[in-house]
Design a protein around this ligand. Sequence first.
Ligand code: NA7
Length: 529
Amino acid sequence: MSVDAIVIGAGFAGLYAVHRSVQEGLTVVGIEAAPSVGGTWYWNRYPGARCDVESVDYSYSFDEQLQTDWTWTERFAAQPEILAYLDHVADRFDLRRHYRFDTEVAGARFVDGRWVVDTSTGDTVSGRFLLCATGCLSAINRPDIPGLDGFTGQVYYTAAWPREDPDLQGKRIGVIGTGSSGIQVVPILAEQADSLVVFQRSPNYTIPMPNYPWSDEDLQRIREEYPQRRKKSAYAPAGTPHGTYHKKALETEAQERAQALWARWRDGGVLFSKTFPDQTSVLEANDIAREFAEDRVREIVKDPAVAQDLIPTDHPIGTKRICTDAGYYETFNRDNVRLVNLRREPIAEVTADGVRTSEAAYPCDVLVFATGFDALTGAMTRIDPVGPRGDRLSEIWADGPVTFLGLMVPGLPNLFSFSGPGSPSVLANMVLHAEVQVDWALELMVAARHRGLAEVEPRHDAASAWTAHVGEAAARTLFLKAQSSWYLGANIDGKKRVFMPYAGGFGNYRTKLDDVAEQGYSGLILTAR
Ligand code: NA7
């Protein structure tokens, strides 16, 4: 099969890429490993999975009518509702017919001006452009723990949760991993389990998420304000309408600071990590917010030793992905829940009936791995596209990801990678981010058609300059103080430690994309047909 555009993935970015391709009159085929649409929201269907960005922002903005017709029920949408939304979008814009589901990409190479993509079904698809909407948190990290194969109980991964929810009532459950997924699933499993052991390698900061159903009045107001809300988000630092307190922490006196922090704490969620404008760049400012959050942990968790173990010691607040929760700290006050600090007693092995650390054996009927992802690069390097001169992505990125604008890679013409390294990605509202990146790629593809271009590819010096800029943007923040973060690839053995997302802000990123397009795609090699 031969088309203009091949889209890999049917999540937010992939569906929009297919839709935009069709709108531009291009022939398109989508390839998706799952049996249906949804991307990350298809796979991550563990109990408690919920988005940490407000539903009315974490949704497409490209179609006014879609925005008006769809009604979000809650402030922070749970996975089933987000999946229902993506199902609705796929049907509404008739996108499913372009997809091959249950199909994995086995490899991709650029031959004679076209991307040739091999699939798990044995078919090969060729396309002029390859749009990789493969997700930044989709390549699952499955730790290789000795003895796991011999475990006789049930094993689940939060990132590949069964479609039929398993009955875990009355079981002895062990959860490994305390990132966002672990922190979301733990309170729910605690209610079902006979006993729950939480195996924590690194504690994370988590902020309660005061969720509530939108009232009719809320929805009415949101509908009326939507144009303003979207306008405010369009060039905002994180792609949402929310900002920081109007004064820096270090220029605000203590009582007022505490009031601002309480307001953010009660409002809940990820925004706490940006209460003050200097909090993400000045350590003393960050300390103020960090100490406030730590006091809350000590207030909630009754056992002071457990509270201490739950408080991170290796990074400023917000420099690893901050988590949001519904009763996580309270869970450790339950009689049937135990925290195991793997820094003190590392896992030695999984035995037939549980987990054995250096200190003790913990019998488990069920093991739940919430161990995260080979984030930002993993999905792409697992495909490992090969360019016309034999350049391989895994080699191009061996010393850290090199991109032009977080969208294109030197040596790989006519390829776009969405939501990945070199773009704001996980630091921004991923849905608006997907729209912006896909629009930019589609506009370039359309320009290529009009101008009779066979190939578009970033120059090496332009990609190096952008990659250096990504590094400089990170260096201006406190992010690099969190050396154990997946933002730097630290969770994957052998992965080069480089801060991967663009920390310069969504709005600035977008302005840069606009400028490059307006300048006739400076930084790209445009090869005529
Ligand atoms: P994360 O945030 O990467 O969390 C994974 C957790 O699993 C984290 O606590 C890890 O500890 C832990 N982990 C990973 N490997 C192991 C092994 N081998 N042994 C013990 N513990 C381990 O993934 P999530 O799915 O929770 O969240 C990812 C993003 O999805 C989230 O930020 C949201 O944006 C949505 P570590 O910190 O590496 O020491």
